[in-house]
Design a protein around this ligand. Sequence first.
Ligand code: G3P
Length: 217
Amino acid sequence: MKFFIDTANVEEIKQAYEMGILSGVTTNPSIIAKEGKEFKAVMKQISGIVGDEVFLFGEVISLNAPEMIKEARELVKLHKKFIVKIPMCVEGLKAVRALKKEGITCCMTLCFSVPQALLAANAGAAYVAPFVGRVDDIGWEGTRLVADIAEIFAVQNIKTELVVASTRNPVHIIEIARAGADIATVPSKVLFGLINHPLTKSGLEQFLKDWESVPKN
Ligand code: G3P
């Protein structure tokens, strides 16, 4: 399972990139709004940090297929590995199908059920994004949804990748990895916290303390 960061904050993206674990950056209109900057300027700044090796996801805001397609054609100019996020709706499905024919790669976002994921795959989405935390929020089990989609995609030999969004804690990360998610897109605070373990900290302190007693020269 690959790690993406779910933010448009350039400092956090830089930090994740320099950690050596970053395969992608995901944004959505809410994430962009938090930065208080013009959309294209932020995307170009992110693109400059991560270079060609990292995917950059950005979302259309139109609600009809022809406008979504127009937006998508502009968005892909912003970064070499740009993936266009299209919201789950009938117009979105139409746009995904048309964009695939043009060679533009799409992620169908706001997925909350197995049937929605199957529709996205049939339209030709290369990625589908189930929102694990928001499913938990309404009293269902987000990780169960991810496991169901992963299992059914495997049975059906569907190649659409699962980029799991709305991850909120390390247990989400463990459970979606177990379920077979291809990608976890993780908010900065959760992503940077994944490395922490009290035994790693105390173990390193002990190693360095013991090293002091090793005769030098
Ligand atoms: O990528 C979607 C994500 O940003 C939503 O997260 O925590 O608002 O459900 P959350």
